[in-house]
Design a protein around this ligand. Structure first.
Ligand code: FAD
Length: 383
C-alpha cells in the first residue's frame, strides 16, 4: 500500500485519543441514540473537553490552534467507527469554519471559544423545502429594519437542528439581485421568532438530529451578518468546497473500514467446505475494490494538501466528492454481499454502513451537481 504522507507523530497521538474517545463515549451508546434520533447534548461538552471540536481554531479564539489535519483525523475516526450521529464535522468544518474565515473580530471572539468547548452547537442553514441544489432560488428573506434584520422563512434537512444554539443562515437580503442578493447571518436560536420544527425521520443517519427550522419575524442585529451584505453566495460556494473535501475524507475512512471488516469476515465464514475468502470471486472483488480505494485515497490526500495551502478549488473538491462518495456506495454494497444474510442484519456494522451511505449522493451537493461543476470547468460555464 502507498504510505500516507500527511501525518506526523503528533497527529498519530491525536488519532489515538480520538479513537479512544469514540470507543468509550460514542460507540457503546450509538444504538440507543439511533432509537431516540439524536445524540445527548452532554456529548458535545465531553467532545469539547477532549479537544475534538474545532481543533483548527487559533488560540486567540479559545482553540488549540492546530491545523486542518486534526479536523481530518476526527472525520476519519468518526467514519471508521460508523459514528454517524454526532454532527461534529458540520459544527467544526462548516459553521466554525464560516465564522473563522468571514467573521468579524467580535463575532470570532463571541462564538468560537464556545464552539471549541461545546457550550455552543452550530448548524448551517442553506437548504429550503423548495430546493437545496439551486441556492440562488432560496426564499428565506432578511429585511433591513434599522440596525436589525427581520427574518422570515423556512429551512429543512438541517443537521444539528434540534441541538444547535446558533445557525449560520443563508437569506435573501435583496431578492432582485440573484446570487448577489444572498447574505449569511448568524442567528441565535433563543431569539423570538426562531422555532425548531420536526426532527425528521430518516432511514439512515438515525442518531443525527436533522430538522426543519422556522423563522417568523425573527429580529437579528445587523452585526450578526457574516461579511458584506450580498456576499453570502460567494462565501457559501467557497466553503462548500471545504465541506465536500471533509465529506470525501470521511468517505474514504468508511471504505477502508468496510474493506477491513469484509476481509476479516470472509476469512472466518465458510461455505462449501472453504473460507469465503478462498473463492476467487471474493479475492478478485476485494482486490479490485482495494485498488480503487487506494487510488481514491491518494487523490483525496492530495486535495487535503491543496486545502492546507489554500489552493483547493471547487472543481477539485467536486471531483473528490464524486469519486469518494460513489466509491463508498459501491464498496458498502459489494462488501455487504459477502456477509450474506448477516449483512442485512442491523447487529452487523456493515448493515449500518449500507443504510448510512446512501446520503452521500445527495447531501453536500448531489452527485449530479458535482458532475455539473466538473463539466463547467471542462466545457466552459456557458451553455
Ligand atoms: C441527512 C441530510 C442532512 C443534511 N444536512 C444539511 C445541513 O446541515 N444544512 C443544509 O443546508 N442542508 C442540508 N442537507 C440538504 C442537502 O444538502 C440537500 O438535500 C442537497 O443539496 C440536495 O438538495 P434538495 O434535497 O433540495 O434536492 P433538489 O435540489 O430538489 O435536487 C433533487 C435532484 O435533482 C437533480 N438535480 C438538481 N440539480 C441538478 C442539476 N443542476 N443538474 C442535474 N441534476 C440536478 C439531482 O439528482 C438531485 O438529487 C441535508 C440533507 C440530508 C438528507
Amino acid at each position: 500500500m502507498i504510505p500516507r504522507t500527511l501525518f506526523n507523530d503528533d497527529h498519530q497521538m491525536f488519532r489515538d485519543a480520538a479513537r479512544r474517545f469514540i470507543a468509550e463515549q460514542i460507540t457503546p451508546f450509538h444504538g440507543e441514540w439511533e432509537k431516540v434520533g439524536m445524540v445527548p447534548r452532554e456529548l458535545w461538552n465531553k467532545a469539547g473537553e477532549a479537544g475534538l471540536l474545532c481543533p483548527n481554531v487559533p488560540e486567540a479564539y479559545g482553540g488549540p490552534g492546530a491545523n486542518f489535519l486534526y479536523n481530518v483525523v476526527i472525520a476519519e475516526e468518526l467514519g471508521r467507527a460508523g459514528a454517524t450521529g454526532p454532527g461534529f464535522t458540520v459544527h467544526s468544518d462548516m459553521v466554525a469554519s464560516y465564522i473563522l474565515s468571514f467573521g468579524s473580530e467580535e463575532q470570532k471572539k463571541q462564538w468560537l471559544p464556545k464552539m471549541v468547548s461545546g457550550e455552543v452547537v452550530g448548524a448551517l442553514g442553506l437548504t429550503e423545502p423548495g430546493g437545496g441544489s439551486d441556492l440562488k432560488a432560496m426564499r428565506t428573506r432578511a429585511e433591513r429594519d434599522g440596525d436589525h434584520y427581520v427574518i422570515n422563512g423556512q429551512k429543512t434537512y438541517i443537521s444539528n437542528g434540534q441541538l444547535c444554539d446558533i445557525v449560520v443562515l443563508a437569506c435573501k437580503t435583496d431578492p432582485s439581485a440573484g446570487a448577489k442578493g444572498v447574505s449569511l447571518i448568524i442567528v441565535e436560536t433563543d431569539r423570538p421568532g426562531f422555532e425548531r420544527g420536526r426532527r425528521l425521520e430518516k432511514f439512515g443517519l438515525k442518531a443525527q438530529d436533522t430538522s426543519e427550522l422556522f423563522f417568523n419575524n425573527c429580529r437579528v442585529p445587523v452585526a450578526n451578518r457574516l461579511g458584506e451584505e450580498g456576499m453570502g453566495f460567494k462565501m457559501a460556494m467557497h466553503k462548500l468546497a471545504h465541506e465536500r473535501l471533509i465529506i470525501s475524507v470521511n468517505a474514504m475512512a468508511v471504505c477502508e473500514a468496510v474493506l477491513e471488516w469484509t476481509v476479516a469476515y470472509t476469512k472466518e465464514r465458510k461455505a462449501f467446505g472453504q473460507a469465503i475468502a478462498e473463492f476467487q470471486n471474493t479475492r478478485f472483488k476485494i482486490a479490485e475494490l482495494t485498488a480503487q480505494v487506494q487510488s481514491a485515497r491518494v487523490f483525496v490526500d492530495r486535495c487535503v494538501e491543496l486545502s492546507l495551502d489554500n489552493k483547493l478549488d471547487s472543481t477539485d473538491a467536486a471531483m473528490a466528492k464524486i469519486v469518494a462518495c460513489e466509491l463508498q456506495c459501491k464498496v458498502v454494497d459489494e462488501c455487504l454481499q459477502f456477509f450474506g444474510g448477516y449483512g442485512y442484519m442491523l447487529e452487523y456494522p456493515i448493515a449500518h454502513a449500507y443504510i448510512d451511505t446512501r446520503i452521500r449522493r445527495i447531501a453536500g451537493g448531489s452527485a449530479e451537481v458535482m458532475r455539473e461543476i466538473i463539466s463547467r470547468k471542462i466545457f466552459g460555464a456557458e451553455r
